[in-house]
Design a protein around this ligand. Structure first.
Ligand SMILES: *Cc1c(COP(=O)(O)O)cnc(C)c1O
Length: 373
C-alpha cells in the first residue's frame, strides 16, 4: 500500500463545495487584494484565536519578519530561539540584522527548554522566540516569567500549532504576537502561500498592517514598508477551511493515538511525547530512533516500502552548510537535545484524511524494521 505524506487533494474533495463557493464569491466580487474576503477571514481568525487582531500576510516567514520590525528589533539586538526548527525562524531574525542565539530544546517536547534561556540572556537580548514544534506548545508560562523578569518581548512561532492549547494558557495570551503560516502543508493551509500575525497589541497591529502594504495607512500616503499581503482568494480558501480546523486537529490526534498504541512494542524508537495537559495538534507525528545510525536506515526502509516518511529537521540551523552566512549567531551552551532531535527524527505521515488501514500499514512496516534490528 502506498501511503503519501500529505492529504491535500483528499481534503479539497471533502469540502470542495465550500471552497469553490468562497472562490466564486471572490471572483464575482471584483475585489482580489485587500478586499472584503480578507477582512472577513481576518475577523474569523481573530475570533477563533480569542485575540483582538489578525493580520493576513504573505507567509509565516514574513509574519515573523514584520513583527520583529514592528518591535524595533534590529542590528545589535539578540533573539533567543532554538536550532531544531524550520529555517525561517532564524532567517526572520537575520532579516532585521539581529543576532540569533540558539539554546537547547526540551528533550521530551523538543520545544525550547525554558531552563536554558536565562543563561543566554545578555544586555542586548530583546526577545524570546519559542516555536510550538510539531503542534505542541512550548512552556509559555515559564517563558513569560523569564521575559517579565528581564523585560523581554516574546514572539510565538506558531506555524505548526494552529488550534493547539497550552497547559492552562491559550496561544497568544502570554506573548506580544503570534506568527503563523498557511502554506499548504500546515494544519490550516491554503493552496499556496500565506501567513498571519495575531496579537492583542494595538500598536503591533497598526504597524504590521502598515508594513504589509507599502507603509500605507491612507491611500497615496506612504512610509517605508513592503508588499506582504494575503490575497482574497487565499483568504476565501482559508475561511472555508477554518470552520473545519478543530475537527481536523481532532482527527490528527486520533491517528497519533493509533500510531502510538500500535508502535508501543517497538524497542528501537522513541514515540512523540504528549503533555498530559493542553492539546497537541500533531502537525507532525515525529518519532526518533534511539540510535542516530538507525535513522537513515529506517527512513530508507519506509520509503522503499512505499511509505512517504520524512525528517523534520535532519539538519539543524547551526549545522547548515555555510552557517551563519555572515550573519550574527551564537549557540549558547551545549545543545545536545536539539542535536539528538536532528540526528534521530523521522516523521510518519499524519493528516486528517488518512485511513485506519493506512496508519496500520505504516505501523506494520515500522514494526517489521524494528524486529529486524
Ligand atoms: C512553515 C514554518 C515557517 C515559515 O512559514 P512560511 O509560510 O513557509 O514562510 C516558520 N516557522 C516554522 C516553525 C515553520 O514550520
Amino acid at each position: 500500500m502506498k501511503v503519501s505524506f500529505y492529504g491535500h487533494v483528499r481534503q479539497y474533495h471533502n469540502i470542495k463545495a465550500e471552497i469553490d463557493e468562497n472562490i466564486r464569491q471572490v471572483l464575482e466580487s471584483g475585489e482580489y487584494v485587500m478586499g472584503p474576503m480578507l477582512k472577513r477571514f481576518e475577523g474569523e481568525l481573530a475570533a477563533y484565536s480569542g485575540m483582538k487582531h489578525a493580520i493576513g500576510v504573505n507567509s509565516g516567514t514574513d509574519a515573523l519578519w514584520l513583527v520583529f520590525l514592528a518591535l524595533g528589533i534590529g542590528e545589535g539586538d539578540e533573539c533567543i530561539t532554538t536550532t531544531n526548527t524550520f529555517f525561517a525562524t532564524a532567517e526572520a531574525i537575520w532579516f532585521v540584522n539581529a543576532t540569533a542565539v540558539f539554546v537547547d530544546s526540551d528533550p521530551r517536547t523538543n520545544c525550547i527548554d525554558p531552563g536554558k534561556i536565562e543563561a543566554a540572556i545578555t544586555p542586548r537580548t530583546k526577545a524570546i522566540v519559542p516555536v510550538h514544534l510539531y503542534g505542541q506548545c512550548a512552556d509559555m508560562k515559564a517563558i513569560r516569567r523569564i521575559a517579565d523578569k528581564h523585560s523581554l518581548r516574546v514572539v510565538e512561532d506558531n506555524a505548526q500549532a494552529v488550534g493547539a492549547r497550552g497547559d492552562g494558557f491559550r496561544i497568544g495570551e502570554l506573548s506580544d504576537a503570534v506568527c503563523t503560516s498557511f502554506i499548504i502543508q500546515k494544519n490550516l493551509g491554503t493552496f499556496g502561500d500565506g501567513g498571519a500575525v495575531i496579537t492583542n497589541n494595538d500598536e503591533i497591529n497598526r504597524v504590521v498592517r502598515r508594513l504589509r502594504n507599502h507603509g500605507s495607512e491612507k491611500r497615496s500616503q506612504h512610509s517605508m514598508g513592503y508588499n506582504s499581503r494575503l490575497d482574497d482568494l487565499h483568504a476565501g480558501i482559508l475561511s472555508a477551511k477554518l470552520k473545519h480546523i478543530d475537527e481536523w486537529n481532532g482527527l490528527r490526534g486520533k491517528w497519533a493515538a493509533r500510531y502510538s498504541a500500535g508502535l508501543a512494542p517497538a524497542a528501537n524508537i522513541t514515540l512523540p511525547y504528549e503533555a498530559p495537559a493542553g492539546r497537541h495538534v500533531f502537525h507532525l507525528y515525529a518519532i526518533e530512533t534511539k540510535q542516530a545510525r538507525h535513522r537513515d536506515e529506517l527512513l530508507k526502509f519506509l520509503n522503499d516500502a512505499d511509505v512517504d516518511a520524512k525528517c523534520h529537521y535532519p539538519i539543524a540551523i547551526h549545522q547548515q552548510a555555510g552557517y551563519p552566512w555572515g550573519k550574527s549567531a551564537r549557540v549558547a551552551g551545549g545543545i545536545p537535545n536539539s542535536e539528538r532531535n536532528a540526528a534521530c527524527c523521522v516523521s510518519l505521515p499524519i493528516y486528517p484524511e488518512l485511513t485506519a488501514e493506512e496508519v496500520d500499514d505504516v505501523v506494520a512496516k515500522v514494526l517489521e524494521w524494528d524486529a529486524a534490528q
